[in-house]
Design a protein around this ligand. Structure first.
Ligand code: HEC
Ligand code: HEC
Ligand code: HEC
Ligand code: HEC
Length: 420
């Protein structure tokens, strides 16, 4: 849901500024759902809830089309179950606009997504009244199992070869439309090959955990543009048409969805409701299922928590206690994201390393405590001595102070604020 409120506010402002004269379409190149902890063929309840809110957000704030990536399949497997499909569709009209040309259900309990969708827009500036049909085709690479291997069966769907599928489907889509746009979840190499092999493609919008903010690339007739992998930017691709409504030029830019953009109040309401719902479901599922068996219970954890360190390092503790690190969980709580593991990992001690598991089972390891930097301290506490806890700086800091989460980080100015 990240960024929804700002995205909606930008889109509304854009439509207002252009006097509603510029037809706009909203598309997503894939990876909109989380497959977090997909195991034993099911997603945990809180992940289901999170994804359901994405579907609601995309339904309420009209999304024209979205590509299904392999990451999305665990949730798609639920959405596309034939059982109950019509009812889901009535509630969330967006489901029908999820496309893929190379995904196929492995059995007949699920529907196949539509390979492509045609959207019609009415021009008002270049050729007033003229209708333009745009075909959107969805393609995804397989689920990578190692750098060069891809799984072709995942979450009940077969992932067919991208290039064979494209040769079959793209000319068909072209026959029914004036323009062909491929939404592609794949590497840059694959996208370039796809563009070179398929002269009918006008535009390729490519996504896959990329942080590229390039100018568009040109391969044959096709223009390739990349979607930034964070919801902090909205990609905008503008088409400039000739008077015969063929494409003269395509120009992209990335709109920063930052604090300069007000949150849209309507979308904010949905985001807040989503967070609260997610938090409640997570709480309930934590209560029902306190500590995952795979992780050591807290008394066996190599981490002891800051209150134990305090016994012998009261001076350092006193400094730390006043720092932001000591209140990092409260920061997430203010956002109702204290159960969101995508956030939690940097705001606690030893996440996924035998330390913090959840606020229910390991509250004593919440916040960025001593051992988040000095390493697990149980052995040191049992036999205190010099030589423990060396931390490489700034390398250790930037594990958490990444470019996206701490753009202003600079060791020389940050360290003095927490020096102890
Ligand atoms: C029972 C007392 C005790 C506890 C509890 C304790 N320490 Fe220590 N710690 C010591 C002693 C003693 C030294 C060695 C100090 C010296 O000789 O200058 C030390 C040294 C250190 C050093 C510096 C190592 C060096 O080479 O200079 C760090 C860092 C440290 N402790 C971190 C921690 C952390 C983090 C915790 C909690 C996980 C912790 N300590 C808990 C007693 C303790
Ligand atoms: C385990 C992740 C993690 C590591 C490692 C980490 N930080 Fe942080 N840091 C955070 C988080 C999370 C916050 C935000 C805390 C808040 O306000 O909620 C933060 C906030 C800060 C702040 C601003 C808050 C304040 O008290 O002024 C400073 C300064 C800072 N960190 C410095 C450092 C330095 C220097 C290092 C390396 C020696 C470091 N951090 C290592 C996660 C980390
Ligand atoms: C890669 C580590 C990392 C992850 C993941 C992370 N954070 Fe943080 N967060 C930080 C650090 C580091 C800071 C301190 C930034 C600074 O002061 O420079 C911070 C600061 C914050 C702050 C206070 C500063 C501000 O921008 O208002 C909030 C709120 C916050 N994080 C929320 C979140 C939420 C919500 C998520 C999950 C969507 C999240 N964080 C995920 C590392 C992380
Ligand atoms: C954000 C990371 C971070 C956190 C959190 C943190 N420290 Fe440190 N600490 C450092 C760094 C960096 C140094 C200096 C370099 C080193 O010794 O590794 C240091 C130094 C120390 C030293 C050695 C001081 C000296 O005089 O040589 C002790 C003892 C210590 N920390 C204890 C603690 C205790 C106890 C806590 C929790 C109450 C804590 N630290 C929290 C990063 C951290």
């Amino acid at each position: 849901m990240g960024g929804l409120a700002r995205r909606v506010s930008y889109i509304k402002a854009f439509q207002h500024r252009s006097n509603m004269e510029v037809p706009t379409l909203f598309v997503d190149a894939g990876n909109l759902f989380t497959d977090d902890r997909f195991a034993g063929d099911h997603l945990p309840a809180e992940v289901m809830t999170k994804n359901q809110w994405v579907v609601k957000g995309y339904s309420d704030f009209h999304q024209d089309v979205a590509n299904i990536s392999f990451n999305d399949l665990p949730y798609i497997a639920e959405l596309f179950k034939k059982d109950g499909y019509e009812k889901r569709l009535q509630e969330y009209p967006f489901i029908d606009r999820l496309i893929s040309a190379n995904l196929e259900p492995a059995d007949d309990t699920r529907r196949a997504p539509q390979p492509y969708l045609i959207r019609e827009v009415t021009l008002s500036r270049t050729a007033p009244g003229k209708k333009l049909r745009i075909a959107f085709v969805g393609l995804t690479e397989g689920k990578p199992t190692s750098p060069n291997q891809h799984e072709s069966l995942y979450a009940g769907f077969r992932i067919n070869d991208v290039f064979e599928t494209a040769k079959r489907v793209i000319p068909e889509a072209k026959k029914k439309a004036d323009m062909v746009v491929v939404l592609a979840y794949m590497s840059q190499d694959m996208a370039q090959r796809l563009a070179s092999e398929n002269p009918d493609i006008d535009t390729l919008i490519v996504a896959r955990q990329m942080s590229l903010m390039n100018d568009p690339e040109h391969f044959g007739r096709a223009t390739i543009t990349y979607a930034f992998n964070q919801t902090k930017y909205l990609g905008e691709l503008r088409y400039y048409l000739r008077s015969d409504s063929t494409i003269e030029n395509q120009i992209n830019r990335y709109v920063a969805l930052d604090a300069d953009l007000p949150d849209d109040p309507q979308a904010s309401e949905i985001v807040t409701a989503a967070h609260n719902d997610f938090t409640n479901v997570q709480k309930a599922s934590m209560d029902a299922n306190p500590a995952p068996a795979a992780q050591p219970a807290s008394q066996d954890s190599p981490f002891v928590g800051a209150s134990t360190c305090m016994n012998c390092h009261a001076t350092q503790y006193a400094v730390w206690e006043k720092s932001g690190h000591a209140h990092a969980m409260a920061t997430l709580e203010r956002k109702s994201q204290q159960f969101d593991n995508e956030c939690v990992r940097c705001h606690v001690v030893g996440f996924n390393k035998g330390g913090f598991q959840s606020l229910i089972s390991t509250p004593q390891l919440a916040n960025v405590q001593c051992e988040a930097c000095h390493g697990p301290g149980r052995e040191h506490v049992a036999a205190p001595a010099k030589g423990f806890g060396f931390m490489a700086t700034p390398t250790g800091c930037v594990q958490c102070h990444t470019l996206t989460n701490s753009p202003d980080f600079n060791f020389a100015t940050y360290w003095p604020k927490i020096k102890h």
